[in-house]
Design a protein around this ligand. Structure first.
Ligand code: IVH
Length: 668
């Protein structure tokens, strides 16, 4: 193939990719499998790699490409981004309609109804059909340029599917789907990070990331709801504008409807009161807009909002119920977590019987007491929460709830460390803590002991067969056979999985120990820096916090962990049982010793952590940025700017297949 043929083919492949991307992200109706899609992407990456001059700004290979930035640049909107006036009931809507009618001298008015997506307003600018800028609303006059982050959003076309010359601006709402929001908060709670109150805040956090790769992982989408600056377009109505946007490749909302007059609009609102909870994204109202653009123009706008549109806001769905009890559970790190047990009640489409109370301060702030009548809602339509107590219903004298001063599991004293909101059971041998920490130790990201899960751990604890993680390595076949539902075959498999885990890379053990604040990433950094658990155990907080990305919180908690006798004892016993506590030493010659790798883009046959582990097992190192010292850059689907940098610096580039060949030959 010469460059002329390659140019034609690259364009063909790009068109196919755009087509399938649109079917998947905009129409929710894919025609081909992920693997077929990836194959197209790989072909394009290969073509653009061989002939870099074929790479275009609107190429689908450039979605995750933006480099890390230090901050955001401010941009001025061509037309101000004003917001909407609100209406809360039918009367207010009739008032709005009267104002519209009188300004239009009694003309008939058609209204468009659209869901009001609870996300954040975005402006996208296309120049001759290519996305050149994406910005936040900001103060309405100026916003922040977040183009690289918005490029990662699958439902935003990088180039238009219709020929629109010149400058073309569209406006819409970027949002986080409800399920992505719930998963994100779950991960944040596990990591001890503050939770997002709703999908809107989560989406706002995601688009303001300095690293577009993080935005890409947050699974955002965008509904487009209006034209912005679009001089050359001749459309008569808002509805036609939406159709045009849809043809141009944007995701527009399928629940958009047009009605003549305000009464049918009001009738239709009733159906939305329930329907909104069935949507996979959160809406906080319905926007009602005058359909004819010419009428819109005559109506004009005030400083704050257009006179031709109004937002009907739903009252947030709440329900009243009784707190039947407050349950306190103990987690792996000893944190006591209170949960309100509620009389079951229907909220936002499902029955709620528990609500997280998070910590002592929140209980005190809300003054939640057992027996109280309370108002509950769901954050982001999904996470049940107590909004407030109704103290007027307290007739019997009720007691202020206080968290237990002793651990509900082991009875030992609990402490509230300075500067923290949580109470902790400090007893390392606390049965509840032990159970949770064993579950963590064997989990997939940690020691990955297949076949040992919560129910087996419960049995082992009940029979006093394990008292800490090290005991797992002393289990015999007889021990396992004495348990319920374990036959000889599964006993052997379990023992084999336990044995195999002894040779895990060091970071898995570090992560598995369950040191506070030490997630998988920190464990890898620590393993890479110290190369041995003993060296890590001796490190002072200064040395620890000098490691890039290791902050004072991690440093402090690592130091505290190793300062405790009981932890040192368990580690000693783990080592005696043969668990590797050293990074495979550099002396043993390994095929990839001293080689540094950078991974970019999604790999098809293995995950990033798997690829990293293989490289590390073979003596190589995985680093995050490309420099002239990098030996290899491995590129997967949608490789980023690292790929371009590698090309520029002349670093050896591996496609996934090359990389697998290398690993296979190295493993031999
Ligand atoms: S139209 C000039 N349509 O609601 C009018 N806005 O309070 C521009 N929003 O800033 C807005 N869904 O962020 C419009 N279907 C929709 C919307 C919508 C959500 C947001 C938007 C706007 C805010 C107004």
């Amino acid at each position: 193939m010469d460059i002329t043929e390659a140019r034609v083919r690259a364009e063909e492949v790009r068109e196919q990719i755009d087509y399938h991307n649109h079917r998947y992200h905009v129409l929710d109706d894919p025609e081909i499998s992920d693997a077929e899609f990836d194959a197209l992407m790989r072909e394009l990456v290969a073509l653009e790699h061989k002939w870099p001059e074929l790479r275009t700004a609107d190429s689908p290979t450039q979605r995750v490409g933006g480099a890390l930035r230090e901050g955001f640049v401010t941009v001025r909107h061509r037309l101000p981004m004003i917001s909407l006036a609100n209406a809360f009931d039918a009367q207010e809507l009739r008032g709005f309609d009267r104002r519209v009618q009188s300004a239009l001298a009694g003309e008939k008015v058609a209204y468009v109804m659209e869901p009001k997506i609870d996300g954040l307003a975005i402006s996208l600018i296309y120049e001759d059909g290519v996305l050149v800028q994406g910005a936040t609303r900001g103060d309405g006059e100026t916003g922040e340029d977040i183009t690289p982050n918005l490029r990662t959003v699958g439902s935003i076309p990088l180039r238009l599917r219709r020929d629109i010359p010149g400058i073309f601006e569209v406006r819409g709402e970027v949002y986080m789907p409800k399920d992505s929001f719930a998963r994100l908060n779950e991960r944040r709670e596990e990591a001890g990070l503050p939770l997002f109150a709703n999908p809107r805040n989560a989406a706002a956090g995601a688009v303001r990331q300095l690293d577009p790769a993080i935005t890409a992982r947050r699974n955002l989408a965008m509904f487009t709801y209006a034209l912005g600056f679009a001089e050359n377009l001749k459309v008569k109505t808002h509805y036609e504008a939406l159709e045009l946007l849809s043809e141009a490749g944007f995701k527009t909302n399928e629940h958009t409807r047009v009605f003549w007059g305000i009464e049918p609009v009001i009738e239709h609102l009733v159906a939305w009161q329930d329907k909104r909870f069935d949507l996979p994204y959160m809406i906080d109202g319905i926007v009602i807009k005058v359909n004819y653009l010419e009428q819109q123009e005559r109506l004009g706008a005030t400083m704050k909002s257009p006179r031709w549109a109004i937002a009907f806001k739903f009252t947030p769905e709440q329900a009243e119920t009784t707190v039947e009890g407050i349950l306190v559970t103990v987690g792996r790190t000893g944190v006591l977590t209170p949960t309100a047990v509620l009389a079951p009640v229907l909220v936002a489409g499902t029955t709620v019987s528990r609500a997280g109370l998070h910590n002592e301060d929140i209980i005190r702030e809300k003054d939640v007491r057992i027996g109280d009548r309370v108002i509950v809602h769901k954050a982001g339509d999904i996470i049940p929460e107590i909004v407030r107590v109704l103290p007027e219903f307290r007739n019997d004298p009720t007691e202020v709830f206080s968290m237990p001063r002793t651990c509900p599991s082991c009875g030992s004293e609990v402490l509230r460390p300075e500067g923290e909101v949580a109470l902790r059971c400090m007893n390392m041998a606390c049965p509840a803590r032990l159970r949770e920490s064993l579950i963590h130790f064997v989990s997939r990201g940690a020691m990955d002991i297949v076949g040992v899960g919560p129910s087996l751990i419960d049995q082992l604890l009940a029979r006093d067969l394990v008292r800490d993680a090290a005991d797992l390595y002393l289990l015999s076949e007889g021990d396992l056979l004495s348990l319920e539902r374990i036959g000889p075959k599964s006993a052997q498999n379990t023992l084999e999985a336990i044995r195999k885990s002894k040779d895990n890379p060091l970071y898995r053990l570090i992560f598995g120990l369950g040191i506070r604040h030490v997630g998988e990433r920190a464990a890898k950094l620590l393993a890479g820096h110290f190369g041995s658990l003993d060296r890590m155990a001796c490190a002072g907080t200064e040395e620890l916090s000098a490691i890039p990305e290791i902050g004072p919180a991690i440093a402090g908690s690592v130091h505290d962990f190793f300062a405790r006798d009981e932890n040192r004892k368990v580690i000693e016993r783990l080592k005696n049982a043969g668990v590797q506590s050293e990074e495979q030493s550099a002396e043993t010659e390994k095929p990839l010793n001293g080689k540094t790798f950078v991974l970019t883009g999604g790999l098809e046959s293995l995950t990033r952590p798997e690829a990293t582990e293989l490289i590390e097992r073979l003596g190589g190192r995985v680093v995050s940025s490309v420099s002239k010292n990098t030996d290899y850059v491995v590129i997967g689907k949608d490789p980023g700017s690292k790929y371009q940098k590698a090309v520029k610096l002349g670093v050896t580039i591996f496609q996934e297949a090359d990389f697998k060949d290398l690993i296979e030959s190295a493993l031999r």
